[in-house]
Ligand binder design. Structure first.
Ligand code: KIV
Length: 296
């Protein structure tokens, strides 16, 4: 008996199928993982995740910025296109970055369309009721939208840091109202980030669309984590909600150090990792092998 589940049959997941995946009505929990390039998308898809989010965490885990505020629509589009080239069966969601849905509805729809043209099948944006006009405009352009409430990292300065949200009963009720408004405006799912388990449960019970949690406990309809956190590639920060399933950064350092040692000590490349001339050609050039006769 293995400890991992069997690979799933890969029927491409659609937005309507996601919209109806509520655990309370017997649906399997949704699994979402971020990915930012074709190899990441292939790994996520081969592992059977349901949704791939080309998140604005791109800024931190790939591009080396300190927060998500630095990425642009062009950055997300560039990486969405790389993910889409892997042709995953998972649903590809492109994250609308900060200031791409804040100025006007026309601007918002154009930016969402840029991500769709890059290969996204849906977009995600942060914020509650104040985003409703933007959500409605995007939905009106036939682009599916995922909401994101709770800790919204694009509001890091307004929130005064990366803090758990919804800790008071008023704040919890605001989150319930935000989630209901987003679902009513047409969001097909809502991400809940860093909210107490009890609040996530209340929100999940209150909306007909699935909630996808990150640091939001066990009662959501799905979970999302960042690729580099799950695999231990990003190991500088470790929020409480991250479960690490591998230590690839450590493994990579060991592997690259072995390569460097092999080069420096002459163990790499070996003869069978080298190309050789046919013996008669080598002879005409006066070549020789220090290991004996020139191999072909
Ligand atoms: O950008 C991202 O990776 C996200 C997830 C953390 C939900 O928004």
């Amino acid at each position: 008996m293995g400890t991992t589940s069997e690979p799933r049959a890969r029927i491409p997941l659609t937005v309507p199928a996601v919209r109806h995946r509520k655990v309370a009505t017997g649906g399997d929990p949704l699994v979402m993982l971020t990915a930012y390039d074709a190899p990441g998308a292939r790994i996520a898809d081969a592992a059977g995740v349901d949704l791939i989010l080309v998140g604005d965490t791109l800024a931190m885990v790939v591009l080396g910025y300190d927060d998500t505020l630095q990425v642009t629509v062009d950055d997300i589009a560039h990486h969405t296109a790389a993910v889409a080239r892997a042709r995953p069966s998972a649903l590809v969601v492109g994250d609308l970055p900060w200031m791409s849905y804040h100025l006007s509805t026309a601007d918002t729809v154009a930016n969402a369309a840029t991500l769709v043209r890059a290969g996204a099948q849906a977009v995600k944006l942060e914020g509650g009721r104040k985003r409703i006009p933007m959500v409605e405009a995007i939905v009106d352009a036939e682009i599916p939208v995922m909401g994101h409430i709770g800790l919204t990292p694009q509001s890091v300065h307004a929130m005064g840091g990366f803090k758990v949200q919804g800790r008071t009963s008023e704040a919890a009720l605001r989150l319930v109202a935000d989630a209901k408004a987003l679902a009513h405006a047409g969001c097909f799912a809502v991400v809940l980030e860093c909210v107490p388990d009890e609040v996530a449960r209340r929100v999940t019970d209150a909306v007909e669309v699935p909630t996808i949690g990150i640091g939001a406990g066990r009662h959501c309809d799905g979970q999302v984590l960042v690729f580099h956190d799950v695999l231990g590639i990003e190991d500088r920060l470790r929020p409480k909600f991250v479960r690490r399933y591998a230590s690839l950064a450590d493994d990579a350092v060991v592997a690259v150090r072995s390569y460097a040692d092999d080069v420096r000590t002459g163990r790499f490349p070996a003869d069978d990792e080298s190309y050789h001339l046919a013996a008669e050609v080598a002879d005409t050039l006066g070549c020789y092998s220090s290991d004996g006769p020139t191999p072909t």
